[in-house]
Design a protein around this ligand. Structure first.
Ligand code: GDP
Length: 383
């Protein structure tokens, strides 16, 4: 089955078999023409199974390759797949199916395209075809088998894989949103800012500290890049037990975030301990929030603080621009290789170290695995 279950009006099933096998499996063309006598690229309207049968369109792609289009609901697809299995056909997932003929990076690229949530990420994936990566791996394998393989060659490959891995964050975030956490004291306006950024009322805004006890997540896109915004429980020390749990979760979230937006209230005195939680986070932006109110003292406005008012909707564009600069600082040139799945990143790291050690067996194994993993099945290469 090539289409996601239950998601579209029409489902597409790819079949591989002779025209007689297709007819025996259950297909009957509306116009009584034997399939075997029809040319490649012909489409037929017809029926599948006993009355009441499914209405289907069958397309011939090759001598033994066919595409069957049926109603997209679960029942019609299950009925057709079951009738095939009953007649002894093997069925497989779409990744396994494509992996029979295509190098695996091409299959992963298809999967990434299906997961890409914005035009920008889709366009970027289409621009960076997986073919170049496949060619590079094949080139390395050929070099490895040639007589001229030596340390220097191995080192030049280290450089190539290093360059590719430099785009890991960019590549992985074509399908996985950047995780941005809003943190800061209760009542500093985290929920309000999340709502402003996301453009709709997603989090509860309340003027009593401690309203956001759990983590609220919102998916959105800025300049075409996917983001997941999370609003955390306010960080403070004397909290009720239920809220403390939320705070613990917040600290764990902060450690795993791509970016933390740390809010301080410009109208209140600075609290020296409040930024302690930033110690573990790789990247953060300091937001001077409630910028519509009089500034309490210059000390609240540290270096690089971005002034934002969720109430008046000021400073939001500047904030979004700063987020993009930090998270997507550079766009890879069209001809660069970029890893797009966690699997690729993991195996490229192994390949790079195998090249560093100039270990031909290990290099070969990594190339093989990147091109053609042992098990394709239901593994997930994307979270
Ligand atoms: P949180 O606890 O950090 O999530 O804070 P909330 O978003 O619930 O906001 C706490 C209070 O601050 C609410 O009364 C909001 O109306 C108010 N508030 C939020 N943003 C602003 C702002 O930009 N300016 C002003 N003056 N008040 C704000």
């Amino acid at each position: 089955m090539l289409t996601p279950a239950g998601r579209g009006a029409v489902a597409t099933i790819r079949l591989r078999g002779s025209s007689e096998q297709i007819e025996r499996a259950g297909f009957a063309p509306a116009a009584n023409l034997p399939l075997s006598e029809q040319p490649i690229r012909r489409l037929w309207f017809g029926f599948w199974g006993e009355t009441p049968s499914e209405e289907v369109v069958l397309g011939r792609l090759g001598k033994r390759d066919w595409e069957l289009h049926c109603h997209g609901g679960y029942a019609a697809v299950a009925r057709i797949l079951n009738s095939l299995r009953e007649r002894g056909w093997d069925t497989s997932g779409w990744k396994e199916f494509f992996a029979q003929d295509e190098p695996f990076p091409v299959v992963e690229h298809r999967e990434a395209l299906a997961l890409a949530a914005t035009w920008k990420t889709t366009e970027t994936l289409l621009r960076h075809t997986p073919q170049r990566f496949v060619e590079a791996l094949n080139e390395l394998r050929t070099e490895l088998d040639s007589t001229g393989w030596h340390d220097e060659r191995s080192r030049s490959w280290v450089e190539r894989w290093k360059q590719m891995l430099a785009w890991r964050s960019f590549g992985l975030h074509l399908t996985i949103p950047f995780r941005v956490i809003l943190a800061g004291q209760p009542n500093v306006g985290k929920s309000s800012l999340l709502n402003r950024l996301a453009g709709f009322e997603r989090a509860i805004v309340h003027d009593r500290p401690g309203t956001t006890r759990d983590i609220v997540r919102t998916l959105c896109a800025f300049e075409g890049w996917p983001f997941e915004l999370s609003d955390t429980a306010g960080i403070r020390t004397h909290a009720e037990p239920l809220e403390s749990l939320g705070i613990e979760k917040s600290l764990a979230e902060i450690a795993g975030a791509d970016l933390v937006l740390f809010l301080v209230d410009v109208s209140r005195p600075p609290a020296p301990a409040e930024e302690d939680c930033l110690q573990n986070c790789p990247r953060f932006l300091r937001i001077g929030h409630k910028a519509d109110l009089p500034v309490h003292s210059d000390r609240v406005l540290g270096d690089g603080t971005i002034l934002v008012s969720s109430l008046n909707e000021t400073g939001l564009e500047e904030l979004i621009a700063a987020m993009i600069v930090l998270l997507v600082p550079e766009i890879p040139p069209v001809d660069s290789l970029i890893p797009i799945s966690i699997r690729q990143v993991e195996w490229l790291e192994r390949l790079q170290s195998a090249c560093e050690q100039n270990d031909p067996d290990s290099i070969r194994r990594c190339c093989e695995h990147l091109l053609n993993p042992d098990t394709v099945g239901e593994q997930h290469f994307f979270p």
